[in-house]
Design a protein around this ligand. Structure first.
Ligand SMILES: Nc1ncnc2c1ncn2[C@@H]1O[C@H](COP(=O)(O)OP(=O)(O)OP(=O)(O)O)[C@@H](O)[C@H]1O
Length: 292
């Protein structure tokens, strides 16, 4: 959070595969590489393997084949060296556990403390700063279970910011948050990118991907497409990723507009009526502006 980070991250995922014990193949021969100073979206259908990919990058599951490394270190070494911060899906957390907001955020500092985990003055300062950045200073001494869904997400974002890892991974941080909170989170991620952090974010909110991400990994068991937003986040690639079923996908890219019409287009399945969305308001489309 303080100034530019040194030695930018280089995350390398090479030919990894993972099969759950019940035979579900969640990842098949996936490869991509990312550098610090980037926000990369991880996009794919439900059950497409995004969370399992995150778990592989967090060392929670061990790929049967392939390798994951960060700056030449194995993921286990990178975790020990405190290089990776993670914001989990809200459902993965036990909210009944009695713990204060500031203590959750302090967990982000554990990797920089000694075995006794005695927080230094600097640890307290960093925790206060991170809580302030996510706008929760007034909630610092609240039990986390007493917060709303969006506030809980911000607590975990603060924990990740306080950790100051080179890589920040967020699993669906926008689910259930209001527009103001989403914008505040995007603003924080953009600031982290400017400092040189590598940010990998899984999201179903496809409309906002071109607005704040530089790169995208399109993922459905394997990498369907990977690269810069303008060349990779295309209708054709999205159709491949989602198996031809696109619902409420808003693309304002020129690919869907050969004219000066800048309205976003929503592509629906074949049996549904096409529609144009103006912000959040659905209206009947002038047929000439919609290509499906
Ligand atoms: N613990 C598990 N045991 C067996 N199969 C699992 C387990 N967790 C996930 N799977 C299966 O692995 C596949 C990938 O699941 P995963 O949760 O990684 O997808 P996802 O892209 O994160 O989905 P969503 O967008 O719905 O969160 C799915 O077919 C899922 O049913």
């Amino acid at each position: 959070m303080n100034g530019l980070i040194k030695n930018l991250a280089h995350l390398s995922v090479k030919n990894i595969s993972y099969v759950y014990s019940n035979g579900n193949q969640a990842i098949k021969d996936a490869s991509f590489e990312l550098e610090g100073g980037t926000i990369c979206a991880l996009v794919g259908p439900n059950g497409g393997g995004k969370s399992t990919l995150f778990k592989s990058l967090m060392g929670v599951v061990d790929p049967m084949d392939g390798t994951v490394s960060l700056n030449g270190q194995t993921i286990k070494q990178a975790l020990r060296n405190n290089l990776i911060a993670y914001v989990p899906q809200t459902e993965e957390v036990d909210w009944d556990f009695p713990i204060l907001v500031r203590d959750v955020v302090m967990m982000g500092r554990y990797g920089s403390m000694n075995l006794l985990r005695i927080a230094s003055r600097n640890d307290h300062l960093e925790v206060d700063k991170a809580i302030d950045l996510v706008g929760l200073t007034d909630y610092k001494t609240r039990q986390i279970g007493e917060l709303s869904g969006g506030q809980k997400k911000r607590v975990f974002l603060a924990r990740a910011l306080a950790q100051q890892g080179k890589v920040l991974m967020l699993d669906e941080p926008f689910t259930g948050v209001d527009v103001k909170t989403e914008n505040a989170i995007i603003d924080l991620l953009q600031r982290s990118r400017e400092q040189g952090h590598l940010i990998l974010i899984s999201t179903h909110n496809l409309g906002s991907v071109p607005e704040f991400c530089d790169q995208v990994v399109l993922f459905n068991r394997s990498v369907i497409g990977f690269g810069g937003i303008s060349e990779t986040f295309t209708e054709e690639n999205l159709r491949k990723t989602f198996g031809g079923v696109l619902r409420h996908i808003k693309l304002s890219s020129t690919e869907l507009h050969d004219d000066d019409d800048t309205r976003v287009v929503t592509v629906l399945t074949d049996d549904e009526r096409p529609a144009v969305f103006y912000g959040n308001t659905q209206q009947d489309p002038p047929s000439s502006t919609v290509k499906d």
